[in-house]
Structures are given as C-alpha cells and as structure tokens.
Design a protein around this ligand. Structure first.
Ligand code: NDP
Length: 284
C-alpha cells in the first residue's frame, strides 16, 4: 500500500520559506515582489485559480494586481497592457491565465511578456534556458513535482521515468527536469501504442493527460512512484485525477492524491518564482 504524498503539507513548507525570504528581501533592499495576473473572459475555473493565486500572494507578503478583461478584448489592447506591465517597476512577475479566447494568438501574447518577468517560464527564451539545463524560471507545475519527489527523498537518478502527456506546460518541462536529474525518461502521448507496455516499465510515472482515472492498476508495476497531475471533474462535480487512485495505490510505493497532491504545489512555486524574479531584479 502506497504512502500518500501530501502536497498540502509540502506546499505549506515552501510558502513559509517564501514568506520568510520576501520579508528578508524587503528588509534588506526595500523591494516588495509584485505579481500581475491577467485574466481574459469569464472562465469560472480560471477565475478561481486567479483568486487563489492572489490570496496566496497576500499571505506571502507579495504585492499583486489583477486585470480582469472582457472576452472581446482585442489582441492589440492585450499586448498594450502587457507592454505596460513589462515596464512597471512594481511588477516582477506577469501571469497570463490560459486558455485565452480563440481570436487571440496565445503564442504571440506569451512571447510579449518580458522574459525576465515570465514567472510561468513559457517564453521561448526561458524554454531555451530550461532545455540547456540552466533555467531562469522553471514552469510551476513541473517544478512542484520535483520538489515533491525531493521532499519525500525519492531517488530520481538512474530510474525509469515515464511521463504521459507532452504539453509545453507540464509534459515536456517535467520530462526535461527528470532528465537533468539523471532519470531515463520516456514521453508518451495519444499515439503511443500500446501505452500500458510503456507505463508498466516506470519506476516514476507522471500522468498529465487530462483523462479521468485513465491509468489503471494493471498499467503500473509494483513499487512505482505515481505523480498524478490531472484535474478532471466527474459528472457529480467531484475532482479526480488521471489515475485510478484506489486501485493504483495498492501497487504503488508513493502516490499523489487529487486534490491535495500536485495542485497546491503549483501555487507555491508561482510564489517562489515571483520572489526569485524580484530578488534577481536587485542585481540587474
Ligand atoms: P494538454 O491537453 O495540453 O495535454 C494532454 C496530453 O496528454 C497531450 O500530450 C496528449 O497527447 C496526452 N494524452 C491525451 N489522451 C491521451 C491518451 N489516451 N493516451 C496517452 N496520452 C494522452 O493538457 P495539460 O498538459 O495542460 O494538462 C494535463 C492535465 O493536467 C489536465 O487535467 C490539467 O487540468 C492538469 N493540470 C494540472 C495542473 C495542476 O496544478 N495540478 C496544472 C496544469 C495542468 P497528444 O499530444 O498526442 O494530444
């Protein structure tokens, strides 16, 4: 039976650490880290995420601003706002909540964010640094996953890591981080055949596919460490991950629950990156 990886507990530790560092930075330099969250349209899930992120900023002593923009905003107006935030000295991190409406070119917007304020780590310049193994900002969810493994002293070096999902936000960056920590990494996607032959090889399995309860007990081997990134809503409204938790926990050595696993870590690492950006700004 698996030990449950408690993302709430680990994220609390990190948030405490960030609060302490924010306090020290202010004391020593007068700099207060600042985050601007940009939200376009009325996506209820995005509104909740942004509200939680701002609340967490407040608790960590981080200044935050929210820009709630109408669905119909033009791309050029959004670009003007980003330009203004790029130049604003109070702001060290800019977060553009995804997804954006269809008429806005997401890649163009993400590239407009100054790489030195791109605390999500989505700008191609920061992706390049990550690929090199010399990251400036590590994307928050993948960063949180590595912190969870480290907190539980789970060895990464030399292990077979299998990542299901190849998105730019989760699958690809977490694969790179595992590779940099000397795991042997396989990345799977919707055309991997047969998926279970690959997942059964995993010592560390990261499920980031967005398919409720897809990873079943017979797709994993005894003793696997399972990190479930998925956030799916059941027809009854309950949140569930990509992993069949009840069955897989019987075979795994460690497993993250949903909710309470990876989710809280994402916010903690966002605070971390905002503080780290502000700290960097004192040297530039
Ligand atoms: P995307 O939809 O961008 O990517 C999903 C990936 O899963 C794709 O690469 C896709 O393959 C792959 N996939 C889908 N179905 C299958 C399948 N049947 N077999 C194998 N691979 C499959 O999602 P994200 O990476 O943005 O998010 C993944 C999940 O993580 C979502 O549930 C999301 O809500 C959650 N999430 C959670 C966060 C947290 O803080 N806990 C943060 C970010 C995301 P292909 O490329 O071939 O289409």
């Amino acid at each position: 039976m698996a030990e449950i990886i408690d993302g709430k507990e680990v994220s609390q530790h990190i948030r405490k650490e960030v609060s302490e560092e924010v306090r020290k930075l202010k004391e020593e330099t007068g700099i207060v880290p600042g985050l601007a969250a940009v939200l376009v349209g009325n996506n209820p899930a995005s509104e909740i995420y942004v509200r939680n992120k701002r609340k967490a900023c407040g608790e960590a002593g981080i200044y935050s601003e929210e820009y709630k923009l109408p669905e119909e905003i033009t791309e050029s107006d959004l670009l003007s706002l980003i330009k203004k935030l790029n130049e604003d000295e109070k702001i060290h991190g800019i977060l553009v909540q995804l997804p954006l409406p269809k008429h806005i070119n997401e890649a163009k917007i993400l590239r407009a964010v100054s790489p030195s304020k791109d605390i999500d780590g989505f700008h191609p310049e920061n992706v390049g640094y990550l690929v090199e193994g010399n990251p400036r900002f590590i994307p928050c969810t993948p960063h949180g996953i590595i912190k969870l493994l480290d907190y539980y002293k789970i060895e990464i070096q030399g292990k077979e890591a299998v990542v299901v999902g190849r998105s730019n936000i989760v699958g690809k960056p977490v694969s790179l981080l595992l590779l940099h920590r000397h795991a042997t990494v396989t990345i799977c996607h919707s055309r991997t055949k047969p998926l279970e032959d690959v997942t059964r090889r995993a010592d560390i399995l990261v499920a980031a596919m967005g398919r409720a309860n897809f990873i079943t007990g017979d797709m994993v081997k005894e003793g696997v460490v399972v990190i479930d990134v998925g956030i799916n809503r059941n027809p009854d409204g309950k949140l569930t991950g990509d992993v069949d938790f009840e069955k897989v926990k019987e075979k795994a050595s460690y497993i993250t629950p949903v909710p309470g696993g990876v989710g809280p870590m994402t916010i903690a690492m966002l605070l971390w990156n905002t503080w780290s950006s502000a700290r960097g700004s004192k040297d530039s």
